[in-house]
Design a binder for this molecule. Structure first.
Ligand code: SF4
Length: 222
């Protein structure tokens, strides 16, 4: 494991910096209101794609509070789902996807979300990020590494990796991040990316891991 990357120190600092109340969607308090199951995690993740966290959380509660099983989702028409989930991005496409997935789960998988990464990937609209999130947060599997835009951007800024796509990032990070950190990696880097290491104009001067970052000079002088 390359020690000069300071992965242990960085994870420790991020854990100390971000407490439970500031975790992103999949770990947040919406799960006090709606049951946290592989299906609700899957639907919530589909809703979150290209949508702000606050909106995703609000809409997830609105949809899943009363309709948290595939059967209950199928009681709604595409039009009704669209009305409930508006204004999430691509709400028309997402409404159809959510309904189609609920139908497939009932007809093909006896009403349960398949507990298998490749099978999840075969569901229309489910990509690697969503499948990884369902495995980690829906099934509590520790051996998966969900990579979203923050998890892709920040390790590249830190100098851990040099990759062009989230898929490449996942492949490389699986080799360099110790497995004991995989379960925490996604939510820590998402909240860090939303609050400090933001996509545009990151807050390098107040960054708690500034001294370990390869790109801090460049970004500070922009
Ligand atoms: S120093 Fe700046 S670019 Fe580096 S991790 Fe911190 S906020 Fe991100």
């Amino acid at each position: 494991m390359p020690s000069k990357l300071h992965i242990d120190e960085i994870i420790r600092i991020l854990r100390e910096t971000f407490d439970e109340t500031r975790l992103p969607l999949v770990s947040r308090s919406q799960w006090d209101i709606i049951p946290k199951t592989p299906f609700t995690v899957l639907v919530s993740c589909l809703l979150s794609l290209r949508t702000k966290d606050e909106i995703t959380e609000e809409v997830s509660i609105r949809l899943l509070k009363e309709h948290h099983t595939p059967e209950q989702i199928l009681e709604l028409s595409d039009q009704q789902i669209q009305e409930i989930i508006y204004p999430v991005g691509f709400y028309k496409t997402k409404a159809k996807r959510i309904r189609d997935i609920a139908k497939t789960i009932i007809e093909t998988y006896h009403g349960s979300v398949p507990e298998d990464f490749d099978t999840l990937l075969s569901l229309k609209g489910v990509g690697r990020k969503t499948a990884n999130i369902v495995m980690v947060y829906g099934f509590n599997k520790k051996e998966f590494l969900p990579i979203d835009t923050h998890c892709h951007r920040i390790p590249n800024r830190l100098g851990w990796i040099t990759t062009k796509t989230p898929e490449q990032t996942e492949e490389h990070l699986r080799k360099i991040i110790p497995k004991k950190y995989w379960a925490d990696f996604n939510h820590l880097f998402v909240i860090f990316g939303q609050t400090i290491c933001t996509p545009i104009s990151p807050h390098c001067s107040t960054c708690p891991i500034h001294k370990y970052c390869k790109q801090k000079q460049v970004t500070q002088h922009r």
